[in-house]
Design a protein. Sequence first.
Length: 250
Amino acid sequence: MTDAVLSTQGLSRRFGGLMAASSVAIELHRGRLHAVLGPNGAGKTTLINLLSGDLAATAGTIRYKGADITGYSAHRRSRIGIGRSYQKTNIFPAFTVFENCRLAAQSRAPRAFHVFADATRYPPVREAAGRALEAAGLEARGDRVASALSHGEQRQLEIAMVLATAPEVLLLDEPLAGMGAEEAQRMVGLLQKLAPEHAILLVEHDMDAVFAVADVITVMVNGQVLESGAPAQIRASPAVRRAYLGEADA
């Protein structure tokens, strides 16, 4: 196994007397989709917020390609290659699909734009936006206003915007939420397509989707890691069945 792209040791977050995350150790590797499961309140979104920098850690360390980034801001983590999506769709609904991706790609331009410069004419930005739309399966939707897309397509657009920033790590918080069967199947296909070139952390409640795409599954309960392993190991685990699936011992 190659070195982890993103890893944590003893990662914790306290809110007053509540430990929302407690001594979490996790590793994300390029080419592997790592899913996180757990009941509501298990600490899954807290973990993503800690990794993305939207929350500061109370204790522990976060390393990206070997460097300690625990103190980095969300903006700085994004710029070095850590991208994330949110539970609620986070796009510019009045802009076109292409414009949404162009704005995301523009944030990574190697030079600052002059206040009167026409950013739409800057070829690297347009090319990055186009590649992101193609990767997300939205190349035929570029001219459509984002608000006119279906819910599933808007979720694809959010991922395309993340891809336009050229991330190595993708932190995806419930990308299948609210989708019908057809849209969910399309999203699963997108995740499978993205996995070989990225280190992906997926938080998702759709168990069928998780077991279909995950290489590694971590189960969290009460802010702690209960068990981590291959899907077959997690599916067969008595501890997981008791804590997450509500099954009693035989």
